[in-house]
Design a protein around this ligand. Structure first.
Ligand code: ITT
Length: 203
């Protein structure tokens, strides 16, 4: 039997992220009966994210946390790929916001780069890799994507990060304008999670 089926019995899981936006969205799509912990509940430091892909970085974060805490950990490495910027910021999406994690800075940077190329509504996608790790060192990674376009000016107050400048295909509102319920049914995070959903117990 797949090791992930042991998740059906899990009573506690650490959501290995320091990003509150991600934490809330993950908690929303995971089973309600499990008790969720944050890295700071265990005084966990952040590992160095030196992977070259979303999946590699997600694995670094979940394994680091699972080995340190001895409980099952789930992590998320995600980001925005802008086609006219050769898929940047990609795995550097958090780093573009600088040490103060100010996404106005990152959004302005995207604006300036796209403006120069006259491609303000470039094609783009959000990508999310989820990793689930066990204290014995085993981990499993799954990825989801949502295709769309960049849209300026930034609009909406919901969500987090780059949500105010991303419009998913088939929609006219940014991810920061739609309800969290809708985002959680269409997002890259939801799509990655859909691939592991069957391993959890939902009732
Ligand atoms: P952790 O590593 O602690 O999880 P982080 O914010 O550093 O937090 P990442 O390295 O995965 O995480 O960076 C991904 C960035 O991409 C994140 O900071 C967001 O700004 C952005 N991002 C990811 N998913 C997003 C979403 O659903 N909406 C808006 N922005 C998103």
């Amino acid at each position: 039997m797949h090791k992930l089926y042991s998740l059906k019995k899990a009573k506690k899981i650490l959501i290995a992220t320091n990003n509150l936006g991600k934490f809330k969205e993950l908690k929303e799509i995971l089973p309600k009966k499990i008790k969720y912990f944050k890295p700071r509940d265990f005084n966990l430091k952040e590992p160095i994210e030196n992977g070259k892909t979303f999946k590699a970085n997600a694995k670094i974060k979940s394994l680091f946390a699972a080995k340190k805490t001895g409980i099952i950990c789930i992590s998320d490495d995600s980001g925005l790929e802008v086609d006219s910027l050769n898929k940047r910021p990609g795995i550097f999406s958090a780093r573009w916001a600088g040490p103060s994690k100010d996404f106005n800075i990152a959004i302005k940077k995207i604006y300036n780069l796209l403006k120069k190329k006259n491609k303000l509504n470039s094609k783009a996608r959000f990508v999310c890799a989820i990793s689930i790790a066990f204290p014995d060192g085993k981990s499993f990674e799954y990825q989801g994507k949502v295709e769309g376009n960049i849209s300026f000016p930034a609009k909406g107050k919901k969500g987090f990060g780059y949500d105010p400048i991303f419009v998913a295909n088939g929609d006219s509102k940014t991810f920061a304008e739609i309800s969290k319920k809708k985002k959680n049914k269409t997002s890259h995070r939801f799509k990655a999670f859909s691939k592991v959903k069957k391993f959890f117990k939902f009732s």
